[in-house]
Every structure is written in C-alpha cells, then in structure tokens.
Design a protein around this ligand. Sequence first.
Ligand SMILES: [Zn+2]
Length: 284
Amino acid sequence: MTETGETTDSCLICRSPTDPYFSKSYDGYPGSPFPQGLKVDYRRCGQCGFVLSQTHRALTPAQWEQLNASWHHHFESGPEARIVNQPPYADQALALRLLGANGLVDTGDALDYAAGYGTLARLLAKYFATPIAIFDRYVQSAAPGLTYVAEADLRRYRLVINSAMFEHVLTRAALDEVNALVAEDGVLMLHSVVCERVPPDPDWFYLKPIVHTAFHTNRSMEILMRQWGYAASLYAPQAKSWFLFKAGHPLLASLAQRAAALNAELQTRYLHHKPGFVDYWKGF
Ligand SMILES: [Zn+2]
C-alpha cells in the first residue's frame, strides 16, 4: 500500500494484476533527494503491458517534488539541455493549424494542459495567429501574450493539448484530470512515447530521465481511449502527436475521408487514421 492507500499491484489502466518487470539503478546528482543514487523497480501489467515505477509511487510527496525540482534544475538548466528531448513544438503548431483549417480540431476553444512555459502557445500565436489558453500547475512564464487559466477557471474544451505528461504520472487520477477537461464532442491531442512493448532494458532511452515513471503501450492506450469515450484517432508522425476523437465528435464518420483528403493535398501520408488507437510505433 502507498501512503494514499492505493494498492501498488493493480494496473492503473486496466486494473489487472501486475508483476515485477525489471529494475534500474540511477546515479545520484547534486540536489537529488537520493545523493547515493536510487534503485527503481518497475512493474508491468500482464494484460495491457503498461509499466509503472513502483519505487516512484512509494515516494513521499516531498521526495517526489524534490526529485522533479532537482532533476529539472540539474539537467535542464543549460540552453543545450533545453533544446534536446523537447516536444516538436513547431511541428505540433503546424499540425494544429492544418487540422484546424480543415475543421478537424477547434483551435478556437483550446487549452494546452501542463503547458509549462507556453512554448507551443507562443508559436501558435506568433506564426499562425492562433491564440490558445494554457494551464500549468507548477510553472508559469511571465512572457507577454500568454493566457494562463487559473485552476478554478478550468472548464471543458473542444480541444485539449497535452505534451510530455503521460510519462510522468504516478496515479490514475492524474490521467483522468486531463480527460475530464475534454468536451464530449472534443479532441485530445497527445504527445508522448507509446510503444508496442516496453523493453525490460535499463538502458532504454526513455528511462534516461529519472522523473519518467509511466510507460504506455498501444494496447494500454487503446483501453484508456475506450474507457474515456474516444472512438477514433489520428497520428501525425511529424508532430509525434495523436489526436483522440470523442465518440460524440460531429466529424467522426468522415474522419478517415478527411484525413485522406489532407494527405492528398500535402502529397504525403501526413495523418494516419484508425478506429481506436493508431498503433504507429508497432515495431517498438
Ligand atoms: Zn493493464
């Protein structure tokens, strides 16, 4: 049991039993709550393949907070570190503009949730004249032109954008919070790594940041989508982003056709469509 009383051995996604999967030993670094290093144990769901760090889940809130703050400070404070391993913001902005211009997403009623310093919103406003609202519980930028929404003012939106958050969660509630903001006829745009099978390999690139705790699979995302009431998805490889469409979305029936039309216009397979979750990274 964790401090919050949740059992640690059932899957956050599908509630099936999980098994010990593998471990990784992280080195200590200046400012870490674990200066001697930390051995992290991961559990895997036998049903959907979702992998979660049991070790992170057992941390106290204070330890978890210090781990995040120190890690970001230690590894992301230099300008070079800020450039690597970031979401493809420019490509995400372009994808949003393309889908928006074709009526597939409503950028006029959009929120970037966990937007950090608002990089995507700044690009959308500057290069595409497409201002969107943003929310972040932990950081805010004072840069002009950004519209941070206060937590008390959050509502449902026809488009919710979420980048690089799904791999940092420790609870189901953190995931449900994002979905709860999406209107019943809306779209959730998601940037994260979703693979066919999480490799039990301590050297896997996605385990490099000690603050990555949750690893989603095509199957676990398919299940999550269904639980949340999404019926179909698009994937834009250039933007490394999925667009999940609620079952109540007005264009659901013509989604495949509209994606094909955009691909024809761009003369490339810009969008991949599937009823359910687009398992684009099948070989990974
Ligand atoms: Zn599962």
